[in-house]
Design a binder for this molecule. Sequence first.
Ligand SMILES: CC(C)(COP(=O)(O)OP(=O)(O)OC[C@H]1O[C@@H](n2cnc3c(N)ncnc32)[C@H](O)[C@@H]1OP(=O)(O)O)[C@@H](O)C(=O)NCCC(=O)NCCS
Length: 335
Amino acid sequence: MQDDIPALISKIVPANSQIAPLEAEMWKRYDRFISRRTGDEDPHLQVDSYHATIEPIDADKIPLIHELTVGVLWPHRPADIQLFEKLGDGYLALDEIGRPLGSAMSFKMADDFAMLGMMVTQPRLQERGTGQRLLRRMMRDCAGRDLRLSATRSGYRLYESAGFVPVATIWQHQGIAHRVETPTPVLGLTTERFDVHQLSEEDVAQIYAVDRTAFGADRSDTIRALLGVSSGTVLRDVTGIRGYALLRKFGRGKVIGPVVAEDDQTAWQLAAPLLQECEGTFARFDTPVQSDAFRAQLTNAGLELFSSVTEMRIGTDRRPKDGLQTFGLAAHSLG
Ligand SMILES: CC(C)(COP(=O)(O)OP(=O)(O)OC[C@H]1O[C@@H](n2cnc3c(N)ncnc32)[C@H](O)[C@@H]1OP(=O)(O)O)[C@@H](O)C(=O)NCCC(=O)NCCS
C-alpha cells in the first residue's frame, strides 16, 4: 500500500542490519512474479472481451502511445514520446482493429541497468492484467540488469508485487515561473549558460562523468540525446565541470532536468538561470531531493508541489548517499 512507503523506506535507510530482509523480500517477489507461467511469450492476450496483440514499439506507434497518455491525462507531446521511442524499447497492446490498450517501455543504460516507464493501460481496461503482462515481458527482456522506475500511486502495488522496493519520494513541482533573483555565486565556482554547440567534447565528457556518479549508471547516450534538444548551465571550478542542469520543451511548457550538483546551494546556482529563462511560462521540476529548503525555493519560484511518485528499484541501490546528487529528473521514465 502507498501508505506503507515511509515504513518501507525507513527499513532501507538506517542500519545495514535491516537491509537484508528487504533485499530478500525484493528477490522473493521478483522470482515469484517473473517465473509465473502465463503464456507471456504468446503475442496474443485476452483483455476483457478484447483479443489483444502485443507488438514491439516503433516510430509508427508514437501517435498510439500519445493517445494512451492523453487518456490518463499525462502532458506528453508527440515530440516527447518521439524522444522516448528513440531512446528505449517497449511493447504496445492493440485490439483487433488496432486501437491501443496498453504500453510499457524500458530504457537500457550501460550493460547492467535499465529504467522502466511509459506504463499506461487505457482507463476502462485497467485491472484486467494488461499492465502485469507488459511489465513481466519487459522485465524478462531486462533480466540481469538492475531496474529503476518512478511509480505513480496507481502503479505502486503492481510494481511492489513484481519485486520492486521503494527508494525515495520524487516531488513534482510545476507552475508559471515567477521572477527569480540571481544567487550569489559560491566562491571558486562559476555558472555558465550554454547551448549545445557551445560545449567542447571535453565538456560533454565531463557532463557524462558527473551524471554517471549521481545517477549510478552510465547513461551517456541518453544525455547526448537530451543535450541535442536542451540548453543548460554548467558549474565550473579550476578542475573542470562540477555540476550541470538542462532545460528543454516538454508537455505543457518546459522541464528543468537533469540537474546534478553536490548541494542545495550549487543546485540552485545551476537552476536559477534556467528558471529566469522560464519567467512567465509553465515550467516543471521533478526532484528526488528531500531537502525542504530546496523545495521551498521551487515553490517560491512559482513551481508549486503538484504530485509525487516513488522511485523504486530491483537490484543494487545505486543512488549515492553523498557527493554529487540528482536534484532534478530528466523525466520520470529516464530518471
Ligand atoms: C499502472 C497501470 C499501468 C497498471 O495497468 P493495469 O493494466 O491496470 O495493470 P494490471 O491489471 O496488470 O494490474 C493492476 C491490478 O489489477 C489486478 N488484476 C490483474 N488482473 C486482474 C483480473 N483479471 N481481475 C482483477 N484484478 C486483476 C492486479 O493484481 C493489480 O492489483 P494490485 O494493484 O493489487 O497489484 C494503470 O493503472 C495505469 O495506466 N495507470 C495510469 C497511468 C500510470 O500511473 N502509470 C504508471 C506509471 S509508473
